[in-house]
Unconditional design. Structure first.
Length: 194
C-alpha cells in the first residue's frame, strides 16, 4: 500500500502569526507531498514495496539514499505535524516528571533544545528523544537524518530546514524557534513516551 500525505490535525491558519497558511501550503502541500510521492516511486515494484516506514529507514541508509531521504523526511514531517497545536500547552504528569528528572527543569530543556536548534549548521532537525536506557535527551540531526528506524524513541521534533520558517520569519531562525514553544501539542508528545 502506498504511503500517503497525512492530513493536518489543525487548520493551517490556526498557527498564525507563527506560521501562516501560505507556509503550510508550501511545506505540507508541496515539500512533504513531494517526499511521499518520491518515496512511493522509489519503492514501487522493488523488494522494499509494502514495508513499514521505519523498516525502510533502517534498511536503506547509505545503500539507497533516495529511499532513505524520502522515508526519513516523511517520518520526520509526520511527527512534526502531530507535535503542533494552535493552543499553548504545557507538559504534564509523567512527561513533566521525566523532563524535570533528566534536565532539572522545563526551562533547562527549552534552553538546550533551542540552543541546538539555533546552532544547527544548515538544514536539519532537533529532537527530544527517549533513549533505550529511559533517559530524555536532545539531539541534532543533519538534513534528513532521523531517529525513525532506531531503538531510541523520537518524542518531539523541530524542523529547522529554511523552508519551514522562511516565508514567515525570513532568516530569523531564533524568532521561529521561540514561537515553537507556544505551539507544541504536549499531549501528542506524551503519547510517544514509553
Amino acid at each position: 500500500m502506498p504511503f500517503v500525505l497525512p492530513d493536518l490535525t489543525f487548520e493551517p491558519t490556526s498557527l498564525e502569526p507563527w506560521l501562516s497558511a501560505e507556509s503550510f501550503s508550501y511545506h505540507h502541500g508541496k515539500h512533504h507531498a513531494a517526499y511521499v510521492s518520491k518515496l512511493n516511486a522509489a519503492v514501487s515494484g522493488t523488494e522494499l514495496d509494502g514495508r513499514p516506514l521505519e523498516e525502510l529507514i533502517r534498511v536503506s541508509g547509505d545503500v539507497n539514499p533516495a529511499v532513505f531521504n524520502n522515508a526519513a523526511q516523511h517520518f520526520n514531517h509526520d511527527r512534526f505535524w502531530l507535535s503542533l497545536s494552535p493552543t499553548e500547552q504545557t507538559p504534564e504528569d509523567q512527561l513533566l516528571e521525566k523532563i524535570e528528572s533528566d534536565f532539572g527543569s522545563f526551562e533547562t530543556l527549552k534552553e538546550k533544545f533551542s540552543g541546538l536548534a539555533g546552532g544547527l549548521f544548515g538544514s536539519g532537525w532537533v529532537w527530544l528523544m527517549q533513549t533505550t536506557d529511559d533517559r530524555l535527551e536532545v539531539r541534532q540531526y543533519q538534513n534528513a537524518e532521523t531517529p525513525g528506524g532506531t531503538d531510541d524513541r523520537g518524542l518531539l521534533p523541530l524542523d529547522v530546514w529554511e523552508h519551514t520558517y522562511y516565508i514567515d520569519h525570513r532568516n530569523d531562525r531564533a524568532k521561529f524557534i521561540a514561537g515553537f514553544w507556544s505551539h507544541i501539542n504536549w499531549k501528542s508528545v506524551a503519547e510517544r513516551l514509553a
